[in-house]
Design a protein around this ligand. Structure first.
Ligand code: PGA
Length: 249
């Protein structure tokens, strides 16, 4: 049985004061909740405050990115060890916004992934095709290429990783994948994992869906056989919407 994960990606939102308020509301709303692993990923600047607030609550802390080097002369970057130091247990890697706006490559993602695993951070590795690629009938090809490039030579070690299928055309657009589209893509990702890492990893790895998840569509998406929770952007900034999504698991 795969325990679902519902992770909140706050992106470049929420100064410290607001981040603390939002995290506190989520924490209050989750007393006694056991439906999914809950992970909040605030911006770097709020990790410390939100982490302090979440300690011993069962709600986990994640970062939205990290650098691939262990440390050193990389001005403006944040290392895996620094995230661990702050109490992070998760890190989002290869989000499409980083691939598009920060020119992050599969190779970068692969280096980050290996370091995250080495530091005992649970990576959430994101893949997903653009609207144009889907229209050209290349969605699976693109997702496979991103998976192969981002996962490199890793096999059984991926047992500790989490994947997220996030079609770029669904992110922040209000237009989520239909249940059929999501299930087909997730089954495909699991098939790729089966070929790469074997049956046991393919069956145990959690594959999250991301892209316009809202209270109104969460239930139908989360009940799909190969969807193991979600990566929630916009709706996670509203505590009542995020709590409704969590209760849809
Ligand atoms: P969205 O973002 O829920 O706002 O579409 C999802 C994501 O980018 O992870």
């Amino acid at each position: 049985m795969r325990k679902p994960i519902v992770a909140a990606n706050w992106k470049m939102n929420k100064p410290i004061g607001e981040a603390i308020e939002l995290a506190a509301e989520v924490k209050r709303g989750l007393a006694g909740y056991d439906g999914a692993e809950v992970v909040l990923c605030p911006p770097f600047t709020a990790l410390k405050s939100v982490g302090d607030l979440l300690r011993y609550s069962g709600v986990k802390l994640g970062a939205q990115n990290m650098h691939w080097a262990e440390g050193g002369a990389y001005t403006g970057e944040v290392s895996a060890s620094m995230l661990v130091d702050l109490g992070c247990e998760f890190v989002i890697l290869g989000h499409s916004e980083r691939r598009v706006h920060c020119a992050e490559t599969n190779e970068d993602v692969q280096r980050k992934l290996k370091l995250a695993l080495k530091k005992n951070l649970t990576p959430i590795v994101c893949v997903g095709e653009s609207e144009e690629q889907r229209a050209e009938g290349r969605a699976e090809e693109v997702v496979q290429e991103q998976l192969e490039g981002s996962l490199g030579d890793l096999g059984e070690e991926l047992e500790r990783a989490v994947l997220a299928y996030e079609p770029v055309w669904a992110i922040g657009t209000g237009r989520a994948a239909t249940p059929d589209e999501a299930q087909a893509a997730h089954a495909f990702v699991r098939k790729v994992m089966r070929a790469r890492a074997g049956e046991s990893v393919a069956e145990s790895i959690r594959i999250l869906y991301g892209g316009s998840v809202k209270p109104s569509n969460a239930r139908e998406l989360f009940q799909l056989p190969d969807v193991d929770g979600g990566l929630i952007g916009g709706a996670s900034l509203d505590p009542s919407a995020y709590l409704e999504i969590l209760n849809a698991v």
